[in-house]
Ligand binder design. Structure first.
Ligand code: HEM
Length: 411
């Protein structure tokens, strides 16, 4: 059997083999929460955890449930150059190293730091929308807004020139995607590795340059800032951090924005009007999208000791997949869990994870979504989904659609 790969998520469960099911895994989750809330899947050699309390417990207990894939019994060292880079990042390190790595960039992702840039982000979203809302009455929310906006934002934060942004989007997409049926696993892996190499090479040059001439950008912080342990990040760690920020932040935020527009249009046609100009209501509605259609559906862990959960014993060295998308629909935790309630409060969803690895980019993702949606609302009304069959993204673990054509009336 092939290696699970660094993320431990490559194997798709039998119930989700058919790509069509990725847009509606929720019946399967419900069945699993009832019948097998903690279960071992011998095909993927992985435990799956479906209930809110269990998922949260695993995320909170990082001593028993490690993010470090090399602790899995069946871990295989990455063989390709560059493949292991992302393993050297906070996402796959346990404390104390995790905290040192995260501390280097933490400040840049705090709401107060981001607030200084909000008007600039607004201008970027506005530019994209001014091109898209051109009197034609139709736009593709993904291609015209949700796709280019987050990559432009993170590229600007890092200090990447506009001319290189298309390349970034392509690389980061390839790195989180799954193989398509017609391409085949082997060719896909090759393509993924090529992307990783190209991206790595690009960043290496940029890192060298920032070491010589630091500027006011995130890349310079990554190469010059000292950790709490008093050292700078190694070359590999700096490179891995750059790649992580792109991979973790782009597709996810794209899907949050598109999932929001899709959900508002499907569930409640008047919602767009109610949200226009009401920032608090918009904030709550975005939180509910994060719960109802969580962009990240699952994360992976490794048990460091034998542990009892849901009446089963997970053995030390076993891999565990926690299903955030299922936890967020758990009727034990949320009233009317399968209903989209834009004013739900409180709303303690796990869409950004929980505990030590709680999403570093959560404040940025929230801000981007709110900015993108409010700029859209400023320009259009009566947003309706065009009559097309929605195609899910190319990963069973990332919830979203590949494109979202909508019709609108211009304001
Ligand atoms: C971690 C989701 C946007 C950077 C996480 C985790 C989740 C998540 C579930 C936890 C991983 C785990 O527990 O193993 C999301 C969603 C996003 C989003 C749903 C958008 C809607 C972003 C953005 C960035 C980012 C915009 C940065 C530009 C990170 C990083 C981590 C992380 C660096 C690792 C944190 C750590 O290990 O301490 N994200 N994310 N994310 N996210 Fe996000």
């Amino acid at each position: 059997m092939s290696s699970a790969g660094p993320r431990g998520l490559q194997g798709v469960p039998e119930a989700l083999q058919d790509r069509e099911s990725w847009l509606d895994p929720f019946d399967w989750y419900r069945r699993m929460r009832e019948e097998a809330p903690v279960r071992y899947d011998p095909e993927r050699r992985t435990w799956d955890v479906f209930r809110y309390e269990d998922v949260k417990r695993a995320l909170d207990d990082d001593e028993t449930f490690s993010v470090d894939p090399s602790r899995a019994d069946d871990f295989e060292e990455p063989t390709e150059p560059g493949e292991g880079l992302i393993l050297d990042t906070m996402l796959f390190e346990d404390p104390p190293r995790h905290d040192e790595l995260r501390g280097v960039v933490d400040d840049w992702f705090q709401p107060r730091t981001l607030a200084d840039r909000e008007s600039h982000f607004r201008a970027l979203a506005g530019e994209l929308l001014d091109d898209a809302v051109d009197g034609g009455g139709e736009l593709d929310v993904v291609a015209d807004l949700a796709y280019p906006f987050p990559v432009t934002v993170i590229a600007e934060l890092l200090g990447i020139p506009p001319s290189d942004r298309d390349r970034f989007k392509r690389w980061s997409d390839t790195l989180v995607a799954a193989a398509s049926d017609d391409e085949g696993a082997e060719r896909f892996t090759e393509r993924q590795q090529r992307s990783q190499m190209e991206m790595g090479q690009y960043f290496l040059e940029a890192i060298e340059e920032r070491r010589e001439n630091p500027r006011d950008d995130l890349l310079s912080v990554i190469v010059t800032e000292e950790t709490d342990a008093g050292e700078r990040l190694s070359h590999e760690e700096a490179l891995g951090t750059c790649m992580l920020l792109l991979v973790a932040g782009n597709i996810t935020t794209t899907n949050l924005i598109a999932n929001a527009v899709r959900t508002f249009a499907e569930e409640d046609a008047d919602l767009f009007e109610r949200l226009r100009g009401d920032d608090r209501a918009l904030t709550r509605a975005v939180e509910e999208v994060l719960r109802y259609r969580s962009p990240v559906q699952a994360m992976s862990r490794v048990a460091t000791e034998d542990v009892r959960m849901g009446g089963e014993t997970i053995a030390a060295g076993d891999r565990v997949v926690v299903w955030l998308g299922s936890a967020n629909r758990d009727e034990r935790r949320f009233d009317d869990a399968d209903a989209f309630r834009p004013d739900r409060s409180p709303n303690q969803h796990l869409g950004f994870g929980h505990g030590t690895h709680y999403c570093l980019g959560a404040p940025l993702a929230r801000l981007e979504a709110e900015v993108a949606l409010s700029e859209l609302l400023d320009r259009v009304e009566g947003v309706r989904l065009a009559e097309t069959t929605l195609q899910p993204t190319r990963s069973a673990f990332v919830y979203g659609v590949e494109s979202l054509p909508v019709r609108y009336d211009e304001r």
